[in-house]
Design a binder for this molecule. Structure first.
Ligand SMILES: Cc1cc2nc3c(=O)[nH]c(=O)nc-3n(C[C@H](O)[C@H](O)[C@H](O)COP(=O)(O)OP(=O)(O)OC[C@H]3O[C@@H](n4cnc5c(N)ncnc54)[C@H](O)[C@@H]3O)c2cc1C
Length: 367
């Protein structure tokens, strides 16, 4: 007979852990299923080594972290320290977590859901999907770019090589900053971190900008390429896969002629931090209702992208099943209590994951 819980949570990131802590405070039984070996495996896998964690509160949200224990410290500690803080909290709180257990599907109906994993099945009245957003956006270039990395596994691998980081947001800025620091601290490394963004302006928050400014003033090896467009992948005479990026240096010369300047990097030295999108295919498997974006109804998501429909409490179309945090970023469709459906911007931040958890668990407690 499968074990029964008031709440089964998928993922042990900030959203999943906050949900569990809140359920526990209200004496509701919970189980967290985490496919990785550690708490916060998603963060461990994606943050550059030593990256400072910012307790950013996005515009439009007022108030404090609803679960203060999960808040990254104000003094912006390296990610390794933040993870230690959270691991200590999870063991002190005796959270019920199964590691190395991957969620697969949900059967049955409210209030008797059966959650299936690669190791077993659990009965649950409510389920919170807090599995993050880990599907990288497509580089959109012609030719294969499979060897392009999405984050840094080992920063030291880039000492002595020119590296290209693509992307205009915080994740790209963090990678640029970390690599530059590693190069600066390595002896005799004269190579650079090239930072390319398709637009002229970068979209980074104040804390990240401050760290980046400090790194540049300390002599960081950063070269910025604005309006730089990744183009085709190519194979050079030595059989090395390369990525070519170009900047337009003059408007049309007439007769369909343009002047470009370009650079070509071995793909193994390219890191594309161009964001992730929600796990639409998983939502389909779970029969959760989504809406396909068209220009009229979506301002944030791209044409044709599918957005999950959620209530104001992050409840999906299937009663008792909620989706929160990175899994619903950067936007979802909210169906208001007045029945009006609108696209909601949802920043992928620790704060928003924790905020969502509070709203979802409050709704679960109300019944
Ligand atoms: C490079 C980088 C830097 C960032 N810096 C900051 C920052 O400084 N400040 C900030 O506020 N935010 C930052 N963010 C964003 C922040 O980390 C995310 O918003 C946050 O982690 C989202 O929390 P979550 O709980 O929704 O998902 P996640 O943290 O992604 O956690 C999801 C968990 O679910 C697990 N999982 C996935 N699928 C399954 C499955 N099928 N079965 C079981 N488990 C599963 C994963 O292993 C993971 O542990 C950064 C993000 C990146 C990529």
């Amino acid at each position: 007979m499968a074990e029964t819980f008031d709440l089964v949570i998928i993922g042990s990131g900030p959203g999943g852990l906050s949900s569990a802590l809140l359920a526990q405070k209200s004496s509701k039984s919970h189980l967290i299923l985490e496919k990785g070996r550690n708490i916060m495996q998603g963060i461990i896998d994606t943050y550059p080594k030593g990256k400072k964690v910012y307790p950013t509160i996005p515009k439009g949200y007022e108030g404090l972290f609803p679960v203060p224990e999960i808040k990254p410290p104000e003094e912006k500690v390296p990610v390794e320290l933040y993870i230690e803080q959270i691991q200590a909290l999870a063991s002190k709180s005796r959270l019920n977590i199964h590691f190395n257990e991957e969620f697969q599907e949900i059967m049955g109906a409210y209030p008797d859901y059966l959650v299936k994993t690669n190791k077993g099945s659990y009965l649950a009245q409510n389920i919170i999907l807090a599995f993050g957003s880990n599907i990288p956006n497509d580089l959109g270039i012609y030719g294969e770019a499979k060897t392009v990395r999405r984050n840094i596994e080992n920063g030291e691998d880039y000492i002595g090589v020119n590296v290209l980081v693509i992307g205009g947001g915080n994740a790209a800025a963090d990678v640029v900053c970390s690599l530059s620091k590693i190069k600066r601290q390595a002896k005799d490394d004269t190579t650079s971190v090239y930072w390319a963004h398709i637009k002229e302006t970068f979209e980074i928050n104040k804390d990240t900008a401050r760290d980046l400014g400090e790194e540049i003033l300390l002599g960081g090896h950063i070269k910025i390429l604005q309006k730089a467009v990744p183009k085709i992948g190519e194979v050079d005479a030595e059989g090395i896969d390369r990525l070519y990026i170009h900047q337009t240096i003059s408007p049309s010369l007439g007769n369909d002629l343009y002047t470009y300047q370009g650079m070509s990097f071995p793909m193994k030295n390219v890191i594309a931090c161009i964001g992730t999108h929600g796990p639409s295919a998983i939502f389909d498997t779970l029969n959760l209702q989504q809406i396909t974006c068209t220009g009229v109804i979506c301002k944030i998501a791209r044409e044709g992208e599918r957005l999950l429909m959620l209530s104001e409490h992050f409840e999906t179309g299937r009663k008792g099943i909620y989706a929160i945090g990175g899994a619903i970023s950067p936007s979802y469709m909210e169906i208001g209590s007045d029945g009006i459906i609108k696209e909601k911007k949802h920043s992928n931040l620790i704060f928003t994951a924790v905020w969502d958890a509070k709203i979802a668990v409050d709704k679960i407690l109300q019944g």
